[in-house]
Design a binder for this molecule. Structure first.
Ligand SMILES: *Cc1c(COP(=O)(O)O)cnc(C)c1O
Length: 418
């Protein structure tokens, strides 16, 4: 016989139970909860980062065939090495090298379960007592949530909307101290939609060099550009300051569910080797689960067989959406888009509260918008910028038009009477 009541000693971590509010995923599910079930109109989600469900944003048959062949070959049924299988690492090294002034080796490439796990790996490895990292604001909130979970202190530098969302490099210099280990840039930008020039990226590298820190370059939207600046990988400046490049097939190939990403050492002078960070990354990968082996097995064919036409088509659609977004917003008094998106799948839009009657802030705007119009938009506060909105432009053009029309009538209904 056992007497007494059972009491488990577990105490939930506050940073996990309260996280749902600060990640984009958590915010999306809260907003979806506010939808009026009696409204017959379709919900339009301008909050997501995953357009793969739309017919216009389906991946290529070549990519699908690559998976089928990998599965059918029966060569990829076993466990992979923790850094990933060699043919996949070689294919990614070649793919990325075509944009760089030096050649990457397959040993520079580590495969991860999407770019998200690459973020997890690097932030976990960098988290040591007293260390701090510099993060962009607005940014991708997984960096904050992951750093907090690993007890890695983070400090924010601003991106400047009036300068095309460039990094405020003076702020970076002012924030850094002897315990700063890295700064993060996201280029092409989520949520800013900006694409940095060669000159700006070079200045970022020079700043990192002066501070003795490395640059973590989130290039999950690499080559997804449709403005005037071409995409320049941060690794181009790897000989000025060491760079760790994070990426995945999720966005460019429109398959975020396939969970294949990479963490690449773009450090031609081998500075990082001396700090044993590469060894730490390998050590950390030993205790992580790996991307599915058959996805790794398909990578060489996915990269080789995807035709330029497919990428061009997607980029053209995004450009068209960026134009529509920019034009339609010109027409809405309470919203301004300081810069037409030039890359990624997002645009940051400023909320002009003085034009609105009964809206207290961005959160209030988004809650009332979804309740009244069934349009989901992420409030800027979720990506670090209060009283802004993050709008996804990667939606089917017809429903995008419809959604912006609903946003307009919402704004008119709530406009301050003159
Ligand atoms: C989508 C996204 C990621 C995560 O990419 P996955 O490959 O889906 O894990 C990381 N960083 C940014 C900026 C993103 O937009």
């Amino acid at each position: 016989m056992v007497n007494g009541s059972y009491q488990w000693r577990f105490k939930a971590r506050k940073d996990l139970t309260s996280n749902s509010g600060i990640t984009v995923r958590g915010m999306l599910s809260k907003l979806h909860g506010a939808i009026d079930a009696n409204d017959p109109r379709p919900t339009v989600n301008l909050g997501h980062g995953d357009p793969s469900a739309f017919p216009s944003f389906r991946t290529t048959p070549e990519t699908e065939d690559a998976i089928v062949s990998a599965v059918r070959s029966a060569k990829f049924n076993g466990y992979p090495p923790s850094v990933g299988i060699l043919p996949a690492r070689r294919a990614i090294a070649e793919y990325l090298s075509s944009d760089l002034p030096y050649k990457l080796s397959p040993d520079d490439v580590n495969l991860t379960s999407g770019c998200a796990q690459a973020i997890e790996v690097i932030l976990s490895v960098l988290s040591q007592p007293n260390a701090n990292i510099l993060l962009p604001r607005p940014g991708f909130p997984l960096y904050e949530a992951r750093s907090a979970f690993s007890h890695l202190e983070f400090r924010h530098f601003d991106l400047l909307p009036e300068r095309g969302w460039e990094v405020d490099l003076d702020a970076v210099e002012a924030l850094a101290d002897d315990n700063t280990v890295a700064m993060v840039i996201v280029n092409p930008g989520n949520p800013s939609g900006s694409v940095y020039s060669y000159q700006h990226l070079q200045k970022v590298a020079e700043t990192a060099r002066r501070l003795g820190i490395m640059v973590i370059a989130d290039e999950v939207y690499a080559r997804v550009v449709f403005g005037t600046n071409p995409f320049v990988p941060m690794g181009t400046f790897g000989s000025i300051a060491p760079v760790i490049t994070l990426g995945s097939i999720s966005k460019r190939w429109l398959v975020p569910g396939w969970r294949l990403g990479w963490l690449v050492i773009t450090d031609p002078n081998g500075i990082l080797k001396e700090t044993k960070i590469v060894g730490s990354i390998h050590g950390f990968l030993h205790i992580c689960s790996d991307p599915a082996t058959f996805i790794q097995g398909a990578i060489p064919k996915i990269i080789e067989d995807t035709k330029e036409d497919f990428f061009k088509n997607v980029v053209d659609k995004l450009k068209q959406a960026a134009d529509i977004c920019y034009e339609k917003l010109e027409d809405i008094d309470c919203l301004t888009c300081p810069q037409k998106p030039a890359g990624s799948m997002f645009s940051m839009v400023k909320l002009n509260l003085p034009f609105l009657d009964d809206i207290s802030d961005d959160m209030d705007f988004c809650y009332k918008l979804v309740k009244e119009e069934k349009v989901v938009i992420i409030p800027g506060i979720s990506v670090g910028l209060k009283n802004w909105l993050r709008v996804t432009i990667a939606v089917e053009p017809s429903s995008f038009d419809d959604a912006l029309g609903r946003v307009k009538s919402f704004c008119q209904r709530h406009a301050k009477k003159q």
